[in-house]
Ligand binder design. Sequence first.
Ligand code: PMP
Length: 428
Amino acid sequence: METIYQRMGAEELAAAIAALEAEVAEVTAKGLKLDMARGKPSPEQVAISRPLLDVLSSSADLMDEGVDCSNYGCFEGIPSARRLAGSFLGVPAGQTIVLGSSSLNIMQSVLVHYWEKGVPGYTPWRKLESVKFLCPVPGYDRHFGLTQDLGIENIPVRMTPTGPDMDEVERLVAEDSSIKGMFCVPKYSNPTGITYSDETVRRLATMKCAAPDFRIVWDNAYCVHDLTDHGDKLLNIHDVALEAGNEDRVLEFASTSKITFPGAGVAFFGSSFANMAEVSRTLQVGLISANKLNQLAHARFLPTMDALHAHMAKHAEFLRPRFALVQEKLRDGLGETGCATWTNPNGGYFVSFDSQPGSAKRIVALCLQMGVKLTPAGATWPYGIDPEDTNIRIAPTYPSLEELGAALDILVLATKLVCAQLASEERA
Ligand code: PMP
């Protein structure tokens, strides 16, 4: 699509650039310090979970259905927390494990286990000449870091409005047995905010894989993070996989990091019974039992899915105006320019922004010069390399509305200037 700057005559373009440069100089002089890089809830948002801290006290009953939460034991998690995990993940409670605060940490443990020991019955991945993982892009940099750290090759696959490009995924996994897995954030994906369509979920659960030990890291980090009462609906992948005889393929993860306290919640693992039992045996080598008091506090604070949804509705009140402001500022500032496109998600924590090819790094640098920190350009691609240099992740949740508005004005200004400069450079 042609930008307004490409359509301008030489003189008009030069004047537009001069005007934008003057604006940039003015903003730079203000010495602002704004941050739109962090996918964290705001402090006021986190504070809504404070009553969880009052659930337990020195006089509280610390038994959970016969399990003493104040002592060792019950590795897979206390009954009430596993029930919550089961409803949350869409598997029977007996197929879940509830662990410490971080789902990323469990993902790493499971991948390291397959690397060292292999998926049961198959060669350890470390002994293979080549191991590859499919990485939907734009995607979550910490996923890509897990595999990169092990020496697994990350292969990017384009995201579409219905999920990863499934024609490409099916083609790759059918022909290459060194592709051992794939990362998926199926609901309100990080950073596009899109939810996988039923067809995408079905194809992932049933596709023919050359590697019999192919695994999907189904990271459902945002599965209850709707902005409104009419959130996206995600098909239960376990049901489809079970029907197709592929129930061991799906490893689901989630946590309460963006429900209660980031870094101090509980994390969930759910899969087939066989995978649950095997992962449990492996993790037990290095852990006698997780923090069951925290599990108990969480299970009492969020005893049912209804209670959980009511809690999430409170979170949404903080998030809705921020996401609305992103759409308003980008539409008003860039809507007519042709300089960028962006997503408009119904939930999650991010908006994905795509500028002209070859401009994302320049925009992020220019924003930093004007006092706005963004996630580094390229972070949404494996190895930090966005081949077209277009993608920027917008994280609108942490700043106050006022700060967010100021940061978005700066993003708009930087995008316009770089877009105009590119039009001018094209002609030179
Ligand atoms: N997965 C995704 C998609 C995330 O965006 C994040 C960051 N909140 C995590 C996992 C990390 O979650 P945890 O705190 O449970 O490790």
